[in-house]
Structures are given as C-alpha cells and as structure tokens.
Design a protein around this ligand. Structure first.
Ligand SMILES: [Zn+2]
Length: 100
C-alpha cells in the first residue's frame, strides 16, 4: 500500500482521443494511467484505489508530471470537469500481484 496523488482525466482533456497507449480505448470504470517510467512494470496490473475502486493500468500521462500520481479515466463528460472531480486527492493505493 502506498499513497498516490489521484487525479482524473476525460475524453476532453485527453485531446478528444480515448485511445490509450496500450492501443485499447479508455473505458470509464476500468482505465487508469501511470507515469511513463512506471508503465512497463505496471502495464495490465490491477490497482485498488481507496474510495474509487479497482482500475487497470493501461495508459500513461505526461512525463513532465510528478510520477507519484495515478490518473483515473472518467469518460466522455461533454465538458472537462476533471479539476473539480471529487476523485482528486491523496489516496491509499494497493497494486494487486499479477493474475490476481
Ligand atoms: Zn478532463
């Protein structure tokens, strides 16, 4: 378990492109993103985010951002409201072992 800075992203602030770097389309309730430096190790792993639920690591965010962060995909909302999403904040995160 560790503490991560949880933020969210949507269809709008992802440049109107829901494709993840895994090649799959991002999906609300499933997709989360990590820093590019951590992606190779965490790709496809499930993570439980306190107060949010289980997500799958299948995307990355801008490499210039702090790496102690997980971005949660919140889907197509029409207008980006990510900065006021209640998901945002420090939360306890547990990475499941592979195939769990
Ligand atoms: Zn957004």
């Amino acid at each position: 378990m560790s503490q991560y800075h949880i933020t969210c992203y949507c269809y709008e602030c992802n440049g109107s492109n829901s494709e993840t770097c895994s090649g799959k389309d991002a999906e609300k309730g499933r997709t989360a993103a990590v820093h590019p430096s951590k992606y190779k190790d965490l790709k496809g792993k499930k993570v439980n985010i306190e107060g949010v639920g289980v997500r799958v690591i299948e995307d990355t965010y801008n490499k210039r951002l702090d790496s102690n962060r997980i971005d949660v995909y919140v889907g197509n909302t029409g207008i980006c409201r990510c900065s006021s999403n209640p998901i945002n904040g420090m939360r306890t995160v547990t990475f499941y072992q592979k195939n769990e």
